[in-house]
Every structure is written in structure tokens, then in C-alpha cells.
Design a binder for this molecule. Structure first.
Ligand code: SAM
Length: 227
């Protein structure tokens, strides 16, 4: 698949499933203590990232889908907004959370100025991006983050490509890429985002692979730390 065709398949597929995805996933975080712990740590890091860091700055939830995680972050006291490729997902998010901001956009070319964000969240939103395209996304994440800002990525841990032709009660055409955690960390490092912590948890049925959560940070201004 070319980049264009993969993005248009992702957009069309999520436009198709948006309403049912939102209905099925709402409240899911309430049953996920480890996910909530990673999101709480991320929010606390962003809020406390101090002088020259991201404290007080906004957080972009990239690939926000129906906005459930954006709203969760808002509840944790960070100024969160959402961006998603799928206009139908953004419409659901705006309807469900009218007090929050959601925009249609692509993670590969963000309509966000350089170094303005305290945090970037990509919660299972890079899973449809072929591995060779991930450096482009991570370069965008690094560009929009202020020095000292944080990234949190949730992803499927492994080394497989799964073809989905049916999801959330609808026909779709989606590839899901499982990524080895060390490979994900190395790609972030290459983009200037240094790993702070990771959590790999075992699959909960009906998940088919471990779930990865990687917290990384862009170096604070004046950081001259070395070996
Ligand atoms: C599995 S859903 C996750 C949605 C949300 N983060 C959540 O956990 O509910 C993946 C989302 O990422 C979005 N997405 C995938 N690739 C994207 C890209 N390149 N730019 C923006 N959004 C993207 C899809 O449209 C979809 O809404």
C-alpha cells in the first residue's frame, strides 16, 4: 500500500465505525487500571515539567478518535485537545465533549506551530502506520513539543501485520501493525525523544498480543547530559 492509500483506508474505515466505536469504547478506561496509571503519570509529568518545560502548555491527543482519552486527560488537569484523520470521529468527539477542542488533521503533517506543546499522546493511533512511515510521525511529535515536553504512546507489542476486514460491527480495510517495544523506543530516540519508562502488559481477552506503553521526553533546554 502507498502512504496515500493507507491513510485513505484508515480515514474511510474509522468514518464507517465512528459511532459504534465510541459506543463500545466509552467507559473502557474504567476497567483498565494500568492504562489509567500511565495516563496519570504522563499528565503529572506534563504538569510538573517546570521551568523551560511543558508545565501549563497544551497536550495534543493525536488520533483522538471519539475523544474519550482527551476527556480523561482533561479530567487529570491538563489542557488537552484532539486531532484525528477521520471527520466522523471528530464529529462524534465534538458532540460528546462540547467543551473540548477537536480538529481534523493528520499526524504526519500537523497544523501546529513548532515547540508549543507540553505533551503529545498517541493512544493506539500509530498502530495503522507502516513501520517505515513512523519516523515521519515521530519527527512531527518532536517538532511540536516544547523542550522538556513528553510523549506517551500506546501500541500493540509484537512483530506482525494483521489485516482487519471487519471491526466494531462494520466492514473495514485496516492493517494493524504490532511493533517490538525496543524498536519503538529506538525510533523515538532517533527523533530526539528519549525513553523515560515503559510498561508492557499481558493481553486481556480478546486482545491477541501484549500492550505497550512508552513514555519519552524531548530534552529540556540547556540539557547537556551525556554518557
Ligand atoms: C484505534 S483508534 C484510537 C482512538 C483513540 N485514541 C482511542 O483510544 O479511543 C485509532 C485512531 O487513530 C486515527 N488515526 C490513525 N492514523 C492517523 C493519522 N495518521 N493521523 C491522524 N489520526 C490517525 C484513526 O482515525 C482513529 O480514530
Amino acid at each position: 500500500m502507498t502512504e496515500t492509500s493507507y491513510l485513505s483506508s484508515v480515514r474511510t474505515s474509522y468514518d464507517t465505525v465512528a459511532v459504534d466505536y465510541a459506543r463500545l469504547l466509552i467507559g473502557e478506561l474504567e476497567r483498565k487500571p494500568l492504562e489509567r496509571a500511565m495516563l496519570a503519570a504522563f499528565a503529572e509529568c506534563v504538569r510538573g515539567s517546570g521551568e523551560g518545560g511543558g508545565a501549563g502548555r497544551a497536550v495534543a491527543d493525536l488520533g483522538c478518535g471519539p475523544g474519550r482519552v482527551t476527556a480523561h486527560l482533561d479530567g487529570l488537569g491538563v489542557r488537552a485537545f484532539g486531532v484525528d484523520l477521520s471527520p466522523a470521529m471528530v464529529a462524534v468527539a465534538r458532540r460528546t465533549y462540547p467543551g473540548l477542542r477537536f480538529e481534523v488533521g493528520s499526524m504526519a503533517a500537523l497544523d501546529i506551530a513548532d515547540e508549543v506543546l507540553g505533551g503529545v499522546l498517541a493512544w493506539y493511533s500509530t498502530v495503522h502506520t507502516p513501520l517505515p512511515e513512523l519516523p515521519l510521525l515521530f519527527a512531527e511529535f518532536a517538532r511540536v513539543l516544547t523542550p522538556g515536553g513528553y510523549v506517551l504512546i500506546a501500541f500493540k507489542a509484537g512483530d506482525e501485520r494483521i489485516r482487519l476486514e471487519h471491526a466494531y460491527g462494520h466492514p473495514v480495510a485496516l492493517d494493524v501493525y504490532w511493533t517490538p517495544p525496543d524498536r519503538m523506543a529506538a525510533l523515538l530516540t532517533d527523533a530526539g525523544l528519549t525513553e523515560v519508562a515503559r510498561l508492557i502488559r499481558e493481553p486481556d481477552a480478546p486482545e491477541r498480543c501484549p500492550q505497550g506503553f512508552l513514555l519519552a521526553r524531548k530534552a529540556p533546554e540547556g540539557d547537556v547530559s551525556g554518557p
